[in-house]
Structures are given as structure tokens and as C-alpha cells.
Design a protein around this ligand. Structure first.
Ligand code: SAH
Length: 255
């Protein structure tokens, strides 16, 4: 390993769940300073406009072998920090939620490289906004749990540890998740909401119960999705008017 670049800074920025304008103002400002940007799959290409002169490197895990992906990303980050002063690591959603941030921070800290983390909108929150189903409900929903449905060993797991449970990385396993939720003690009639590509113009929301969750597999196939179970998935009394057709949303400025 070559010498650490004592003056380098690596900024981890949460890009948000989708469309470029869901990044925070601080994230966009830091991004504009980047000399080099290491970005994940699922990042909106429109974000490049915030740092047009930076070198953009795609480190999406799809481009690497499964076992070596994270090791290679860590090595690329270190290399970038050794050759540049201002490095941005752009991650989907929030860097601290299912982003393996701890591994990347450890790799950089072990070489004495300074880091900063800028939060972003995580998929669970974008899904709640998309479906207009709040994750907490006064009187009936006082706790929210964010879980990955897949363990690091590739096993599907479900729990009932909060009034609202939001499962990430379950998209390919919805019929099995329905069974696991039942085993975990959720009644079959419990409300379930599935949102894929939350925050993108083609976001899709479907509503189910624990028993009928398998119906969501076809409409959400091959799309990143979160599954919200319990109080936070309950329908409101009045139906949602169609936002896309609202005159106030027609003339939104481009990000
Ligand atoms: N750090 C990210 C999560 C990365 S794990 C965050 O904070 O959101 C990847 C998982 O996130 C996907 O399998 C899916 O479950 C979820 N996800 C990411 N983007 C999404 C989106 N736009 N809509 C719904 N789910 C999304």
C-alpha cells in the first residue's frame, strides 16, 4: 500500500432513492467539489450534471464478481484518495442504511484518510412519501424497523419487532416473504404495501395483505422495491388524488 494522502477528504453522499432532485442541498454542493466520483448502480445519470468535470467511476457491484466486489470497491476508494484531494463516494438512498458504509469507512480510516458522511433519503422514507402512507401513526404505530429480508448468507428472514416493518432487498422473494411473515406471527390480514422505484417518475405502489403478498411479484419484477408491513401500510380513509395530474406539479423546474 502506498503512502496515505494526508490532505485527502472522502465524502460519502446519500444520493436519495431515485430522481436526481432528491439529493440534499448539502450533498449537491459537496458533489460539485468532487475531482472523482465513485458511484453505485441505481444512481440517476442526471446527477452527473452536478459535477460535470469530475471523473465518474461506476463501482456498481453488478460489474464485479460477488465475493470480490466490496474488496475491489475499497481498493478503488483508497486509490482515489491517494491520487486526489476531494473524492466523493455516491451511494443510493442513505449511506448508513444497507450500504456497507462501515467497511468503506474502516478501509479509509485504516490509512488515516479523513471522511465525511452526508445523509440521504432512504428507500423506506421515499416509499412512504410515494404511497402517502405514513410509517408512524398516532396511537397505533409508534415504532419502525428497517430490515434486510436477505441475510448476508443469502437466507430470507422476516420478523415482527415493530409496529411497522420495512423490508429491503425482498423483491425476488415475495411469495416466500409472505410465508416468513406468517411464521413470524403477522396475521394474514395485516396490511402490506410494496413500492418499487420510489422517487422515480415510473414508481409503482401496490397494496396487499400478508396472505396475498405473492401477487406483488409480477408487477414489481426486476425493480428495486421495499415492502412495508403493519401500521405504516394501512390505507387512509380518503383515496389519494392523482398527483401527476395536479397543475402545481406540471411546471416543476428541472433539477
Ligand atoms: N442505501 C439504500 C439501500 C441499499 S440496499 C437506501 O438507503 O435506500 C438496496 C435495496 O434498497 C433494494 O434491494 C431495494 O429494496 C431498496 N431500494 C433502493 N432504491 C429503491 C427505490 N427507489 N424504491 C424502492 N426500493 C429501493
Amino acid at each position: 500500500m502506498s503512502q496515505a494522502n494526508a490532505s485527502a477528504l472522502v465524502v460519502f453522499i446519500g444520493a436519495g432513492p431515485g430522481a436526481a432532485d432528491l439529493i440534499t442541498l448539502r450533498g449537491a454542493r459537496r458533489l460539485a467539489l468532487a475531482e472523482v466520483v465513485l458511484f453505485d448502480a441505481l444512481i440517476d445519470p442526471a446527477l452527473r450534471e452536478y459535477a460535470p468535470n469530475a471523473r465518474w467511476i461506476n463501482v456498481g457491484k453488478r460489474g464485479f464478481g460477488h465475493a470480490t466486489g466490496q474488496t475491489q470497491i475499497n481498493a478503488l476508494l483508497l486509490q482515489a484518495a491517494q491520487t486526489h484531494q476531494y473524492v466523493v463516494r455516491l451511494k443510493g438512498g442513505d449511506p448508513s442504511v444497507f450500504g456497507r458504509l462501515e467497511e468503506e469507512l474502516e478501509a479509509l480510516r485504516s490509512q488515516g484518510i479523513a471522511c465525511e458522511v452526508v445523509p440521504g433519503v432512504t428507500a423506506a422514507l421515499a416509499a412512504a412519501a410515494q404511497s402517502q402512507r405514513p410509517l408512524t401513526r398516532r396511537g397505533i404505530g409508534r415504532s419502525v424497523s428497517l430490515s434486510t429480508a436477505m441475510t448476508h448468507l443469502g437466507q430470507l428472514q422476516a420478523s415482527r419487532s415493530a409496529d411497522t416493518e420495512v423490508f429491503y432487498m425482498a423483491g425476488r422473494q415475495l411469495p416466500a416473504l409472505s410465508r416468513k411473515l406468517t411464521e413470524a406471527g403477522w396475521p394474514g390480514t395485516t396490511a402490506v404495501c410494496v413500492v418499487s422505484r420510489a422517487g422515480w417518475p415510473d414508481a409503482l405502489t401496490t397494496w396487499h395483505s400478508v396472505t396475498t403478498l405473492a401477487d406483488a411479484a409480477a408487477p414489481h419484477a426486476e425493480r428495486p422495491a421495499v415492502v412495508t408491513v403493519g401500521a405504516g401500510a394501512l390505507a387512509l380513509t380518503h383515496k389519494t388524488p392523482c398527483l401527476e395530474r395536479h397543475p402545481a406539479c406540471q411546471n416543476e423546474p428541472a433539477p
